[in-house]
Ligand binder design. Sequence first.
Ligand SMILES: [Mg+2]
Length: 369
Amino acid sequence: MKITDVRAMYLRLPEIKSRTDSSQDALIIEVETDEGLIGYGEVDSCPSVAKAIIDAPTSHTQVHGLRSLLLGEDPLQIRYLWNKMYQGTLYYGRSGAVIHAMAGVDLALWDLKGKALGQPVHSLLGGAFQRSIPAYASHMFGFTPQETAERAKQAVDGGFRAVKFGWEPFGRDAAEDEAQVRAIRNAVGQSTRVMIDVGLAWDAPTTIQRAKLLQPYDVFWLEEPVPPDDLVGYAWIAGQLEQRLAAGEQECTAQGFVQLMDRAKVDVVQIDMTRVGITQAMVIAEMAFQRGIKVCNHAFTTRLNTAAAAHFLAAIPNALMLEYCVEPGELTQKLVRSDSVLEDGNVRVGDDPGLGVSLDREVIDKYRI
Ligand SMILES: [Mg+2]
């Protein structure tokens, strides 16, 4: 079997709001073979840049577009192809959008391998430690505590036993932050896990002050309180915080995650399949396991991301929870159908070959650029 085409489809909602909400567009990857099989992947990055990285013509031996590196290759040799893409983009790659684009191809290759061998991806990864992964409903904060509380209530009524809220308007004012978290706790009751994604809004001393203020509301983790490069700040926070410290969505390399674990001292690493890829994610999860660190996914795009995360988290011994984006946009809710489905607050990983996903052509036609 040989790869005959690699395509990147850019889909975008008609109106892009000025929010930190990556569910407003999507970049879907298709890897096609001479046997007619197609593998599907996704990239969460700057979509038009990641698309250019796939389509670019060769410039020299260390500056290729990904498509030109993949054409004619055997799609089943995934680790080999990861290395070929890494070496063939070395001059402009090694991190950022190039790794994001490689991650999207990597997901498509795992999907393709599963389809070719008639196996679900979790089985190819070594087998499922769990078939049903506790999920949390992941939201943007409402602009008022009332709006946030309504969303939290809806999640719990829908069967979720864990909720997360993140980003603006959180982080700007101590009293408003406390009001937001109090509203969530009051809405969900005592037995629901509540996570807060600070969205990089604080510095290290502010994090310690606000974390104390939030202690009565039993926050399970505080996520990304400070900028991702402030490793010293993270380590200082980690030494004092009562709550768990979570981070990882800004990272896309194994090296970046080693820094987060060993220098920043986070308690939970969050790996985005569409920015890291399954091949690297398995390596990172093993390093986390050796350090006694729990692993979650990060996913705020389509159900393809969620499905890839379900297969990955099922196949590692140190999975904690699955992030399940509940933003209402059609790209999140309708573009991808998956056999890894939400049941009573858990995602049950599917058994269809590959990632078990299919695309809705009507949604593609509606939003494709
Ligand atoms: Mg986050």
